[in-house]
Design a protein. Structure first.
Lengths: 235, 192
């Protein structure tokens, strides 16, 4: 990197580094100290918006104008009926979107080990097995189903617990420091699993099973009482 | 001068983690402080704080690795020096960046070569533009490309400034008798 300096200048460079290269760490100002303690709240939406803006800015003006013109022309032709397939294409796109959401929902349910176990044990509990009904509307993210990140990079891209932890930075910084999710995320997961309707349905099913068992037990008791009553009559 | 910042720390800093900011500060504040002192800044410590406040305000938009972040921090430090220099040039009054001592260049250069101020005196003998390049290249170890970006020049222009600055130093060094570098004070002794 510094091949062109001769021995005379080399000694100067060494002296320069000895004098200024290892200066003491200045005491952070109050603003910096507060920043170290509290960090900065990074809004994910703002970042996405800035990325979108950045992306749009990157598109040359003429290209963007051309694309807009094409879109207007296409829409105009479609409205005039010159493109009979346009409506069909649009509806296909919507269906594809719905299908994607369904797949996502189905995948999420499929990843739920508890759901699979319930399906095996209960033998066709509709609320567990049938995912079609839940795919019609976009389902909210179940925090219990969000996979635990295995790297800081995954944690940085996981915004599911931003609200539970107050801000995204708190979640990422804890994970980067300790390799585990913070307590706010763990509590949110636990709360989500406890309020899981599948779990509720399971509990209901189990309680119903218990009720049936109790009914069977009561039937047995009743039978026993009836037998005693018959014996008493004979005597 | 090592990098010293783990990629996970950079990731956490971009997410706004305060502890990551502190790690970055601890790693590079001494180098920034040294650079500002070499540039003759009066309130070098205050300027170091300004540098890192600027860094943290913009770090979310930074794209690159830890090595790139280090260069970026030093570029911000250099820009602060330029801002102060322009301010001093406009106001011609009390300046934030201390003017390097008015040296009697007609006299014997050896008279001004005393202890640690020898380096400062030699730096004063080159133009500000040459001094910027020499400090960015040899004190902060920035590449030619990063130095060019920091100074707003082409790589060719940076090479030319570096060569002219080194030639000036070489001529002066040949005139000055070699003097031992005064040892830096032992911080442990100072604390005692």
């Amino acid at each position: 990197m510094h091949d062109e300096i001769d021995p005379l200048v080399t000694s100067f460079v060494e002296e320069l580094r000895a004098t200024y290269g290892d200066a003491p760490t200045p005491t952070p100002s109050e603003s910096l100290a507060t920043l170290f303690a509290d960090g900065i709240v990074v809004a994910p939406r703002a970042r996405r918006q800035s990325m979108v803006k950045h992306g749009l800015k990157a598109v040359p003006g003429k290209v963007a104008a051309g694309l807009v013109g094409l879109l207007i022309g296409y829409t105009g032709l479609g409205a005039a009926g010159a493109l009979p397939g346009a409506l069909t294409l649009a509806s296909d796109d919507e269906q594809e979107t719905v299908v994607t959401e369904d797949e996502t929902t189905t995948t999420t349910l499929g990843d739920d080990e508890g759901g699979d176990e319930l399906a095996d044990e209960d033998g066709g509990e509709a609320t567990v097995e049938d995912g079609d009904g839940e795919g019609d509307d976009p389902a909210p993210v179940n925090l219990a189903d969000v996979p635990i990140p295995t790297s800081v990079s995954e944690a940085a891209h996981n915004h599911a617990f931003d609200e539970a932890c107050g801000n995204h930075g708190r979640y990422v910084s804890h994970f980067a420091r300790f390799g585990t999710e913070p307590e706010c995320a763990t509590s949110a997961r636990q709360a989500a699993s406890e309020s899981d309707p599948e779990a509720t349905a399971t509990a209901t099913a189990e309680s119903e099973d218990d009720g049936d068992d109790n009914k069977d037990k009561n039937k047995g008791k009743d039978k026993g009482k009836a037998k005693k009553a018959k014996k008493a009559k004979r005597h | 001068m090592g990098n010293g910042i783990h990629p996970d720390v950079l990731l956490a800093a971009r997410a706004g983690a305060g502890w990551a900011f502190e790690r970055i500060y601890a790693a590079w504040a001494p180098a920034v402080h040294g650079y500002l002192r070499a540039q003759g800044a009066v309130d070098a410590e205050g300027m170091v704080n300004d540098v890192f406040l600027r860094v943290y305000r913009r770090i979310e938009s930074f794209e690159g690795d830890a090595t790139g972040l280090r260069s970026w921090v030093f570029v911000i430090a250099h820009n602060l020096v330029l801002d102060q220099r322009r301010y001093a040039g406009r106001r011609h009054q009390e300046v934030a960046v201390e003017r390097l001592p008015d040296l009697d260049l007609t006299g014997d250069v050896a008279d001004i070569a005393l202890g640690g101020s020898r380096v400062r005196a030699l730096l004063a003998l080159v133009s500000p533009e040459q001094r910027d390049v020499l400090l960015l290249r040899f004190l902060l170890d920035l590449s030619l490309e990063d130095t060019a970006a920091a100074t707003g020049r082409t790589v060719t222009a940076v090479k030319a400034l570096q060569r002219r600055g080194l030639d000036s130093l070489r001529r002066r060094l040949e005139e000055i008798p070699s003097t031992p570098v005064s040892p830096r004070p032992d911080p442990t002794l100072t604390e005692a």
